[in-house]
Design a protein around this ligand. Structure first.
Ligand SMILES: N[C@@H](CCC(=O)N[C@@H](CS)C(=O)NCC(=O)O)C(=O)O
Length: 206
């Protein structure tokens, strides 16, 4: 069966789409909108019981959780590319991916919800400000991490850890990234990759 990615590019499906582009994979893209009723219908809930996007099908394997999907694609199709060979580096990929999910994404999401996503009447500026403050501490950690001039999270090579964190911090400029030059340079470097450009261009294509 063809590798299939469910979810429009203007959703967290951008993460597996970007990984698939990095790995030059042939894949089927089902442009399922996250608000579409189909996401809550039995056929789709069999793939992702959460009723959210993305989901992935690959030769009998069904997966949800965007960052688990990118890790799977990197390990399966990218040894020595997105997925490092060395066990210590693999542990660092997991470290930064879990950090992206647990430290960076919750405040980034809270900020987005209370500045753009929720209807204006439901937005709480105090929660948006608290999210930015919480994020500031995390961004400072990253700025210090890049202080030695390393181009990517693990060192010289771009890995799926960079992809995961850069995608989670896709609104870095609005989140205070401008105060962190090395972090901003890393982020720009990741998003300038041809595969990232191809994946994000899918947002324009609908
Ligand atoms: N932790 C999940 C979150 C998935 C998620 O919440 N996706 C959003 C779109 S970006 C969604 O489908 N929302 C629809 C809903 O919650 O009903 C992941 O990373 O895959």
């Amino acid at each position: 069966m063809t590798l299939t990615i469910y979810g429009i590019a203007a959703s967290r499906a951008i993460r597996p789409l970007w990984a698939a582009e990095e790995l030059d994979l042939t894949y089927r893209h089902i442009k399922l909108h996250h608000a579409a009723p189909e996401t809550k219908a039995p056929d789709y809930l069999r793939l992702n019981p959460n009723g959210t996007v993305p989901a992935l099908e690959d030769d009998g394997l069904v997966l949800f959780e965007s960052l688990a999907i990118t890790l799977y694609l990197a390990r399966t199709y990218g040894p020595s590319r997105l997925w490092p060979d060395d066990a210590a580096d693999q542990a660092r990929v997991l470290q930064w991916t879990l950090w992206a999910a647990t430290e960076a994404e919750p405040p980034a999401r809270q900020w987005f919800h209370h500045t753009a996503f929720l209807p204006p009447a439901e937005r709480q500026p105090a929660l948006a400000a608290a999210a930015l403050q919480a994020l500031g501490r995390r961004l400072a950690v990253l700025e210090r991490h890049f202080a030695d001039g390393r181009p990517h999270l693990l060192g010289d090579d771009f890995t799926v850890a960079d992809l995961n964190l850069a995608a989670v911090l896709q609104r870095l400029k609005d989140l205070g990234g401008g105060d962190h030059p090395r972090l901003s340079a890393w982020h720009a470097r990741c998003l300038a990759r041809p595969a990232a450009q191809r994946a994000f261009a899918l947002r324009q294509a609908g």
